[in-house]
Design a protein around this ligand. Sequence first.
Ligand code: UD1
Ligand code: MG
Length: 452
Amino acid sequence: MSDAGREALAIVLAAGEGTRMRSRTPKVLHRIAGRSMLGHALATIAEAGIGRVAVVVGPGHDAVAAEARAISPGAEIFVQQERLGTGHAVMAARAAVTGDVGEVLIIYADTPFVSVETLRGMRATVAEGAAVVGVGFEAKDPTGYGRFLMKDRRLTAIREHRDATDAERKVTLCNAGLMAFRGRDLPDLLDSLTDTNDQKQFYLTDAAEIAHAKGLVVNAITCGEDEVLGVNDRAQLAAAEAVMQQRLREKVMREGATLIAPDTVFLSFDTKIGQDVMIEPHVVFGPGVVVENDVVIHSFSHLEGAHVGRGASIGPFGRLRPGAKLGEKSRIGNFVEVKNADIGAGAKANHLAYIGDASVGAESNIGAGAVFCNYDGVNKHHTEVGAGAFIGTNVTLVAPVKVGDGAFVAAGSTITRNVPDDALAIGRGRQEMREGWAAARRQRYPAKKKDH
Ligand code: UD1
Ligand code: MG
């Protein structure tokens, strides 16, 4: 079989201990912009068109395996029982390197900023004849990184900082960690790795020197230092979050959204925002939000798993929870929470309401303090409000219940039975009046008590 037409394989190293995170959660499951670091790596791999994925996890890291499968259902999972180096980690996934594999890309799960272009560059360099490809970057401070030793534009070795001579330490072209191999050469190279170094580990990086000595082509490509930003502790996690947020904000602004104070708007990896959307300061987007054109999101709103139709308006202090679907030009005002509910075009809930598990027809009005009572302590039930209906102030709609098109529910009503189209429903205690009662009371208690 020729190399062309073979499949590419990505081996993702996710067996890191992450002790400096001080967390019960494995490091690569910590999230940046709403997605785990592992998820970011797998998404970039998929975007680069790499169809086969193997993930190397640490012993007992079932949650890491589950996340890998959730994002890349076909991912093969391998367990590295002992942590004996990057080469050892790749050996754990050796069974994934079958005869039909073309290029093998090694990717660390804790470097979430690797670009699709770099992965494509690695593949292309193997396709052009390299057996091994290293990815280098010019490090501002090279301390701790492996150094690229180059000769005649070939990579002759990658020397780990701790094993390098003083002269080698002067090299600033550093190893990003990513490597690519021609699949048919990788098994032999793995067999040739030894642990005769300062850390007594099997270094994947040694494969460069071994391949070069065998007369194979070993090339280097480069990437930006920003791509190799790694996460080892919570401070670096926050730094990575800041970089990711900056990228996401720039992206939505380039696509036509106005962010008055971009630094105060937090986006998720998958936030989709249309053109001429105005986002006021202090708005948070959890995962799964789509905002169509011409929407206004006022300050202090929180959106998650929601679809916002064209021209709608949210907040200030609006809360959209998963399954909220706002129709065109609908309005969700201050202190209104919407969960798993379709709000029809032009419908309004301007103040202080909870709309859960419901559908609200077009042009309906949900008054201040209206609550959709969707939960009976055991199950959730659905409420349907027809088109053009009017739900008065402080109404409670006890689900399951239906309010018909054009119906009018009086303020303060508790509605437990369906309301027909165009009907008036009043479900509240009748007001009683006693003429003169207040005046008589004042007669009985003429003076105000002191010290109250
Ligand atoms: C590695 C490189 C170094 C490079 C640097 C870039 C080697 C020998 N060194 O060093 O040249 O400049 O990355 O950041 O490769 N891992 C496992 N199992 C192991 C060991 C590591 O899965 O037994 C994973 C880690 O979780 C991590 C990655 O491999 O994602 C790199 O390991 P790490 O220990 O951070 O290597 P460095 O010493 O940083
Ligand atoms: Mg490292």
